[in-house]
Design a binder for this molecule. Structure first.
Ligand code: GLC
Length: 425
């Protein structure tokens, strides 16, 4: 008897996940848990699409840019269609934008993705049409998140960093008071995934208190920077923006935008110098910093490791970071944990307090490769593929056991599988 082999390959299943999460022009991060378009999820999803459908990859970015605010911001969530199962929805944010959106941004990886798409598809004309939106987005980050031109770019909410409940934010969050008139609400996330792995209820109240502040001041981002309850500098945003500025500069040269190129070069110089402000001498590494108090977070995260990706830091600083990377990698089965396992606050299963995220792995490995640290980059790539092959397209993974955690069938995990596989073949 001939047994037909009908099992799909992991690559085929990754494509299925992306197609299933496609809502026509944009993907949702995963069904139900996150039913809208998220900024950096979408940008990174485009890298997955690029491996099998270049037009669809470009479309993902074009749809993201449709949510751009008049001042240039690309918001972190675009609520294209209503979904009553999601909290906090458009009424909680109260941003009065069309299409409805949240009120702050997310790590600005999009221009770097566009440069990769150009390199892969040779469609420079597509980048040309997107250029002014991307330029305005970067300008927004520099103007509204660093209004005093310090070179250090701030985040006004842990959600803006994309690493929601990382201990990096504990110092900033300690000052966030919950107003007595915070409207009552019911969380939806904990009804859909294991509450043990999600942010605590108190943290959630605080997240919503920051949103309330933004809504109450009509999302005036200068006022939020000066007086908001939370203001921290994030190595993730700092390094991702710096790299994105470099990539936008390459695009500017290619599409002949001389005036913009000069402006971008200034941003790069300023941000490069600003990175020093994230150097925490007691951790001997790049750490998050509370811009209200000057206090540093105490440990190394997967975002700290993006210094290589941004080509930032002195040689001595990079050597220290490489030592950290090697020690951390030696302490886990699967790289790269979101919080330093040498620190007592490490929690291998709780969201951004320890687990591995495929998207960060991809960016870290990209940077390590650029800086010539090929073997560590190869380990991170191969760990990422193995995690996904063994545990599926989970939102994040336990660095010790490799268990898949959080939402299943995640777009960006599938996209990273396709992208890393594609790069390594
Ligand atoms: C969570 C993550 C964030 C991501 C979003 C959608 O909030 O922390 O980084 O963009 O989910 O996947």
């Amino acid at each position: 008897m001939v047994v037909r082999h009908t099992m799909k390959s992991v690559t085929e299943r990754a494509i299925d996940v992306m197609i299933r999460n496609d809502r026509g022009g944009f993907t949702v991060p995963t069904d139900r848990l996150y039913p809208f378009q998220w900024n950096w999820d979408s940008a990174l999803a485009a890298l997955g699409f690029a491996t099998f459908n270049a037009d669809r990859a470009w479309q993902e970015i074009e749809t993201l840019c449709k949510g751009q605010w008049p001042d240039g911001m690309l918001p972190h969530i675009i609520f294209h269609e209503p979904d009553k199962d999601y909290f906090p929805g458009p009424d909680v944010w109260g941003t009065n934008q069309t299409p409805p959106s949240s009120g702050h941004s997310q790590p600005p990886v999009v221009s770097s993705v566009v440069l990769q798409l150009v390199n892969q598809t040779q469609q420079l004309n597509k980048a040309d049409s997107l250029f002014s939106a991307l330029f305005a987005y970067h300008q927004w980050f520099h103007d509204y998140r660093d209004p005093d031109n310090t070179g250090l770019v701030a985040a006004i909410h842990p959600w803006e960093t994309g690493r929601d409940n990382c201990p990096d934010w504990d110092s900033g969050m300690a000052a966030v008071e919950i107003p007595v008139n915070l409207p009552a609400y019911r969380r939806r996330d904990t009804t859909q995934v294991n509450p043990e792995h999600r942010p605590s209820d108190r943290q959630y109240d605080q997240f919503l208190s920051i949103v309330k502040f933004g809504k109450d001041c009509l999302w005036n981002h200068h006022a939020i920077y000066r007086h908001g309850p939370f203001l921290m500098a994030d190595p993730g945003i700092q390094f991702i923006l710096l790299r994105a500025d470099r990539d936008l500069l390459t695009l500017a040269h290619r599409v002949g935008k001389t005036r913009e190129a000069a402006v971008i070069s200034d941003w790069i110089d300023r941000s490069l110098a600003g990175c020093d402000g994230l150097w925490n001498p007691s951790a001997n590494g790049f750490c998050a910093k509370n811009l209200r108090t000057g206090e540093f977070s105490k440990a190394i995260t997967n975002a700290s490791m993006l210094c290589f990706y941004a080509d930032a830091g002195s040689e001595t600083q990079r050597n220290h970071m490489l030592d950290h990377a090697n020690e951390i990698a030696a302490g886990v089965k699967y790289t790269f944990p979101s919080w330093d396992p040498r620190d007592s606050q490490f929690e291998p299963q709780r969201y951004w307090r320890g687990p591995v995220w495929a998207i960060l792995n991809n960016l870290i490995a990209d940077g390590l490769e650029r800086c010539g640290h090929d073997s560590l980059a190869a380990r991170i790539h191969s760990d990422t593929l193995q995690l996904i092959e063994n545990a599926g397209f989970s939102e994040y993974f336990d660095p010790g056991t490799g268990a898949g955690l959080g939402g299943k069938t995640f777009t960006w995990t599938a996209a990273m599988y396709l992208h890393i596989r594609d790069k390594s073949t």
